[in-house]
Design a protein around this ligand. Structure first.
Ligand code: ADP
Ligand code: MG
Length: 477
């Protein structure tokens, strides 16, 4: 099934590429050597085909269902259940009439961005990795690449401190926070930094799931002594996503003993979870209190400033992969404003945007951004309305709504009007004609002209840039 093929693809293309490109694909049909996928835009199909076409064909063929060609059809997503059903080779039904087929043959172009490894083995950082294979640390997850802002400054400071090694003050260090806020990134950063400072230190990083898996395997293969010895001989143990072992009694039991043994010998323990220790249901209370006995810090949801900082940094880092790409002024701000869910989504969006930019070969505008990311933006839509924007702009420039939307062309009305148009385009999902109607029935080309004008001015005129920034804040509050 596509489900199991997807598992294999994670291994061959890496976790991040998988999440950005393969995960959103839906297999519609697999017949006569043709695998038909559903994608959200022609560009996505093209990109997937260029970069992962061979990998996809490989896993399909390995599953015993011959396929020679991949076809990407553009259309809306359907319910997962329906997609799974048709993935067994049933003809593609429910295909929307306006879905334009974008057919692409794979095997051209290089194999895309670097695929990060995602093996199910814990990472050991040491001169020679003896009894544990690895390493499985992402080399992009360092302190250098971690952008610090208000929401994460405490967690970052604690991580830094622990990464200095030396005295074990915060034990365990417990990091928690919502998905995609940087817990794993910080843990890897600690591991890299410890390795840099103390190459001989025995540092083990693994997910709670891997811990459980290895525990069960040790039980089955009667290697519990080895297992215990292994985990109790480390200097630093990092277990990511510990909420996973909630409700898994024997794993918890073993975890508890490992934990105690390590604390007794003053080895550092670093844990992460998606919530505070006390809020993890079905976690034994003795484990909870152990987890609370060190330093517990949380990563807060991101702010606009942090998101923008992260985007700017990521854009710089993507650049070598995507030379010649140009983003119009305001594109990053647009993303930071509109994608508020989590950093992983933000990053995926930026990646996709760069990919599109490199395919189209011209400057990426906000318009193109909206089109390319329509599915992501829809999910994290903010509810700023045109009325609200108009009101705030009028307040700011001290003019009346009737003048803002009225016909007067003098600069004192025209400029705020264009600024309001620009903000409507940036901050709402409304189309140009819709915006036009709210501006006294203006034509969509007039709105577009206004948007373009401000896009141009914001790079040159610092007063306008400042006004925009203030208005945006006021609207976001
Ligand atoms: P979590 O483990 O909390 O779910 P991750 O650590 O996997 O989240 O982060 C998700 C993605 O977002 C990663 O690619 C990570 O590099 C990135 N990320 C999160 N926070 C930051 C930050 N403050 N600076 C830079 N990148 C970040
Ligand atoms: Mg994580």
């Amino acid at each position: 099934t596509w489900g199991s093929m997807r598992q294999e693809l994670i291994a061959s293309v890496g976790r991040n590429n998988f999440a950005n490109w393969i995960e959103p694909l839906e297999l519609d049909a697999l017949e006569d050597g043709v695998a038909t996928f559903r994608v959200t835009s022609p560009f996505v199909g093209d990109w997937v085909s260029r970069n992962y076409g061979d990998a996809i064909l490989n896993v399909i063929n390995k599953s015993g269902r011959p396929a020679e060609r991949l076809v990407f059809e553009v259309g809306p997503r359907r319910e997962p259940a329906a997609a799974a059903a048709s993935a067994h080779g049933a003809p593609a039904n429910g295909v929307s009439a306006n879905g334009t087929p974008a057919e692409v043959t794979p095997s051209h172009g290089p194999a895309g961005a670097r695929a990060s490894s995602d093996r199910a083995a814990p990472a050991v950082l040491r001169g020679e990795a003896d009894d544990l294979p690895g390493p499985d640390l992402d080399d992009r997850f360092t302190f250098d690449s971690f952008v610090v802002g208000k929401p994460n400054e405490l967690a970052h400071a604690a991580a830094r401190r622990v990464a200095e090694g030396g005295d074990v003050t915060f034990n365990p260090l417990f990091l928690y926070g919502g998905v995609g806020l940087g817990k794993t990134h910080l843990m890897h950063a600690i591991a890299w930094e410890l390795r840099r400072r103390q190459p001989d230190l025995r540092v083990v990083y693994l997910s709670a799931e891997q811990f459980m898996y290895r525990f069960i395997q040790a039980l089955r293969e009667r290697q519990m002594i080895d297992f215990k010895q292994l985990f109790r001989s480390v200097d630093v143990l990092m277990v990511d996503d510990v909420q996973f072992i909630a409700g898994k009694d024997s794993t918890q039991e073993e975890f508890f003993h490992t934990f105690n043994a390590l604390v007794d010998q003053r080895s550092q323990i670093i844990l992460s979870a998606d919530r505070a220790p006390g809020e993890i249901e079905k976690m034994e209370s003795r484990i909870v209190s152990r987890m609370q006995s060190g330093l517990v810090v949380d990563l807060h949801p991101t702010t606009y400033e942090l998101r923008l900082g992260i985007l700017q940094q990521k854009a710089e880092r993507f650049r070598p992969q995507f030379r010649d790409i140009r983003l119009a002024d305001g594109v990053l701000e647009f993303l930071a404003h509109r994608i508020t869910s989590n950093v992983r989504v933000l990053e995926g969006a930026l990646m996709r945007l760069f990919a599109m930019g490199s395919l189209v070969g011209r400057e990426v505008t906000i318009d193109m951004t909206q089109e390319c990311l329509v599915d992501i933006l829809r999910q994290s839509d903010r509810k700023t309305t045109i009325d609200e924007i108009q009101r705030k702009v009028c307040d700011h420039y001290n003019i009346r709504i009737s003048d803002l939307v009225g016909p007067k062309r003098t600069r004192i009305f025209a400029r705020p009007r264009q600024i309001a148009m620009y903000l409507c385009k940036q901050m709402t999902q409304r189309s140009l004609p819709e915006i036009g109607r709210k501006f006294g029935g203006r034509d969509h080309t007039t709105i577009l002209h206004g948007v373009k004008k401000i896009e141009e001015l914001r790079g040159k005129d610092s007063q306008i840039a400042e006004d925009l920034e203030m208005l945006r804040r006021a609207l976001e509050a």
